[in-house]
Write a protein that binds this ligand. Structure first.
Ligand code: NDP
Length: 253
């Protein structure tokens, strides 16, 4: 087992991914913006900082796994989003993924093997309103995932994406503080529960491993089926079998 790097690994989904990869025997480096125990401080929007950390880590051996998980979002209606706020989200989600892919990818290219997993979102293909640049940034990361898979596949490097659904984390905490919001959101998911960071980490670990050795350029949404729920939005009369409005919120309405 080799060296793995998880960005945004200090908390939330990133911390669960790092722990899961450690369980598989990898030596995991957790990169995060703020200092913390067991964390390498590194702002992924700063290409020089990423390069410095990458060459320090690569001195110990080739990086085999990179998980681009660090993410950022800002709420606001499109007409009010400032260019600075729009750019801040693009900077972390897209540019951060690019910087890390390039810097850690160098060590993979030299070794002729590696696995990159980019954390996207349902919002990458179903726009999430009122969250500024979040959807455009994640759509771009999905495109970058496919580009990386095509350009670096011939060099032994796979690149795939994982899209979490509704996962309470420190970052999304404010949304889920209201128990009624939790209940209604869980009710909208075909599996009738919210996701956990461990649900996401399990699929990332699969993509990262040799068990997914022939999987390249793919995306899996770990969302309990939420993103496939379009037809559940349509109410049916009581005497017709199928989804009812009440099914959408677990019968809470
Ligand atoms: P959290 O905010 O809980 O964790 C994200 C981590 O990324 C934080 O530790 C954060 O550090 C770090 N980070 C942010 N900006 C930078 C940066 N510039 N450089 C280094 N690290 C940075 O979020 P989640 O765990 O919920 O999200 C993880 C990923 O999953 C994100 O990419 C998110 O978009 C994606 N996702 C999450 C969903 C969910 O429901 N939770 C749904 C869909 C996708 P700091 O606290 O210092 O900012």
């Amino acid at each position: 087992m080799g060296i793995a790097v998880v960005t945004g690994g200090g908390r939330g989904i990133g911390a669960a991914i790092a722990t899961r990869l450690e369980r598989d025997g990898h030596r995991v480096h957790r990169l995060d913006q703020l200092p913390g125990e067991g964390v390498i401080t590194c702002d992924v929007t700063d290409p020089a900082a990423v390069e410095r950390v990458a060459s320090r880590i690569a001195a110990d051996g080739p990086v085999e796994i990179l998980v681009n998980n660090a993410g950022h979002w800002r709420f606001g209606p499109l007409e009010d989003v400032s260019p600075a706020d729009f750019r801040a989200v693009i900077d972390v989600n897209l540019m951060g993924t690019f910087h890390c892919t390039q810097a850690f990818g160098r060590s993979m290219i030299a070794a002729g093997r590696g696995s990159i997993v980019n954390i996207v979102s349902i919002a990458a293909y179903r726009a999430n309103p009122m969250v500024g640049a979040y959807s455009p940034s994640k759509a771009a990361v999905l495109a970058l995932t496919e580009q990386t898979a095509l350009e670096w596949g011939p060099r032994g490097i796979r690149c795939n994406a994982v899209g979490p659904g509704l996962v309470p984390t420190p970052g999304t905490g404010a949304v889920y503080d209201d128990p009624r919001v939790r209940e209604v959101r869980a009710g909208a998911v075909p599996l009738r529960r919210l996701g956990t960071p461990d649900d996401v980490a399990e699929v990332v670990a699969f993509f990262a491993s040799d068990r997914a050795g022939y999987v390249n350029g793919q995306v899996v949404y770990v969302d309990g089926g939420l993103s496939k729920g379009l037809m559940t939005l349509l109410p049916r009369p009581a005497d017709v079998p199928g989804p009812k409005l009440a099914d959408r919120d677990g019968g809470a309405s």
